[in-house]
Design a protein around this ligand. Structure first.
Ligand code: NAD
Length: 480
């Protein structure tokens, strides 16, 4: 696919970097998806300066202008979902069906937030003093820096860029250097849709090279980050030093509770999906399966059989259900956790590296049976196609186990009891709680995010995004 060097986009120009990086296809490591120019701190400052220079024009633009451009971006993405899905599958390794679905979702975000641009409202209040009117209006925060991970290379940039632009902010996007090609094509589409120069800037770079510039530049008003907890913590600390507004979406260790009254025809596919689809590389993946002892044996037998039947292979092969792991580093990390599970006393079923398929980073989905919630494999985010199965005695123990984690992104229960479903939704300490559905898989028009170490700051997606991308101004007028 590669065809010359893929450049960065600063102030409406395509610019060379100071070094280069090759984006390798994890299904076929002999294929370079693209060579990307890598920016340094100096270029990060230039991108922020460009966003600052474009801010006044964009924030004062007619909301209909913003609607038209965002809607056009969304329509172009949706019309090109096949091509974008293929690029995404090549660079990240999720299956073509999953990748096309992600590209389509990216288009939906732009269309949803196009309408949000014209829907912004304020409040009018009575004053406690005579003849004074109070209005509370929302204004854009200014220049926003958006830092995104490798696992959703088009949807996560889209769910941050679209509300940022809709509400009148300008943007510097720093996508993951592991999967920057989808963001490059997204940038091309934004240019084609007529976004004015400087309103959006693409900065493919290594975090350690540009991190300090991004958090310290005086023109940056806010940083929205999605990625791992350690990186999030580091960026948050730097950003707070410089009094930036922050929004952090981080890891998960999401529980899937299977009650003894669960319908296994629902529970099995739901759990297989949550644990293994997209190669388990979802922040909302079900990595702890908490099973009532009365149904444990029946559940495990069917779950393992279903898991073993999943076909692992190249992302673009239509028969593939589970694509490769994204990189060699991630594969080594996953395999080290398989060893840790064994050493901690779990019975490990599958989860092995498919060493004979050495054209890519293929790993079979696996489970850690007889796990306890105290084991490292139950407490640390692994981010691969593996899940721990933990046996519990009753509902109360199931809920306590589900909540006993430093994360709190998503949670789920499979049950046919209205009481358990209701109590689970009330007692779950996660930002999202599902009933008879996988922990992963959400709608685009409602809030997304978690609690504890999974999230920090206000929610993303839906109308909730307005809280990060705007700030309120309270005006008082004396009418005389
Ligand atoms: P990561 O933390 O390694 O990197 C995320 C981004 O931060 C990348 O763009 C990276 O280049 C950048 N970065 C790294 N160091 C930086 C620094 N010092 N300054 C500025 N930027 C820096 O995460 P990853 O491996 O790309 O993604 C996987 C993680 O993302 C998992 O923990 C997963 O749970 C999480 N995730 C969370 C959500 C969510 O919405 N909660 C969604 C998807 C992924």
């Amino acid at each position: 696919m590669t065809d010359g060097l893929y450049l960065n986009y600063i102030a409406g120009d395509w610019v060379e970097g100071t070094s280069e990086i090759a984006n390798i296809n994890p299904s076929d490591i002999s294929e370079v998806v693209a060579h990307h120019a890598l920016a340094d701190a100096n270029q990060a400052n230039q991108a922020i300066d460009a966003a600052q220079a474009a801010l006044s024009g964009w924030k004062n633009s007619n909301p209909q202008t913003r609607f038209d451009i965002l809607d056009k971006i969304g329509r172009i993405i949706i019309s090109r979902q096949e091509e974008l899905g293929e690029i995404l599958a090549r660079e990240e390794g999720k299956t073509l069906a999953e990748a096309k679905g992600e590209a389509f979702r990216a288009g939906q975000f732009f269309q949803f937030y196009a309408a949000e641009a014209v829907r912004r409202t304020g409040e009018q209040n009575l004053s406690t003093r005579p003849n004074i009117d109070i209005e509370i209006v929302r204004e854009p925060i200014g220049v926003t820096v958006l830092i995104t991970p490798w696992n959703f290379p088009i949807a996560i940039p889209a769910w941050k860029i679209a509300p940022a632009l809709a509400h009148g902010n300008t943007v510097v996007l720093k996508p993951s250097e592991i999967t920057p090609t989808s963001a490059y094509y997204l940038t091309k589409i934004m240019e084609e849709a007529g976004l004015p120069a400087g309103v959006f800037n693409l900065l493919v770079a290594k975090g350690e090279d540009v991190g300090e510039a991004l958090v310290s530049h005086p023109a940056v008003a806010g940083i929205s980050f999605t990625g791992s907890v350690p990186t999030g913590r580091k960026i948050a600390q730097g950003a707070i030093q410089h009094m930036k507004k922050i929004q952090m979406e981080m890891g998960g260790k999401n529980p899937m509770v299977i009650m003894d009254d669960a319908d296994l025809d629902i529970a099995i596919p739901v759990t297989v999906n949550g644990a293994f689809f997209q190669t388990g590389q979802r922040c909302t993946a079900s990595s702890r399966v908490i099973v009532h002892e009365k149904i444990y044996d029946a559940f495990v037998e069917r779950f393992v059989a279903e898991m073993e039947s999943l076909s692992v292979g190249p992302a673009l092969d239509p028969a593939t259900q589970i694509g490769p792991v994204v990189s060699e580093t991630q594969l080594k990390s996953n395999l080290s956790y398989v060893e840790i599970a064994r050493n901690e006393g779990c019975e490990v079923v599958s989860g092995q590296h498919l060493a004979e398929r050495n054209t890519g980073y293929f790993q079979r989905p696996g489970v850690f049976l007889n796990a306890t919630n105290q084991m490292r494999t139950s407490r640390e985010e692994i981010f691969g196609p593996v899940a721990s199965i933990i046996k519990v005695g009753d509902f109360e123990e199931a809920v306590a186990t589900a909540n006993d984690t430093m994360f709190g992104l998503s949670s789920a229960i499979c049950t046919s009891s209205l009481y358990y479903a209701r109590e689970f939704k009330r007692q779950s300490e996660a930002g999202m709680a599902m009933v008879n559905l996988p922990t992963a898989g959400v709608d685009y028009h409602v809030p997304f995010g978690g609690r504890k170490n999974s999230s920090y700051g206000s929610r993303e997606q839906g109308r909730a995004a307005i809280d990060f991308y705007t700030t309120t101004k309270t005006t008082y007028s004396f009418a005389g």
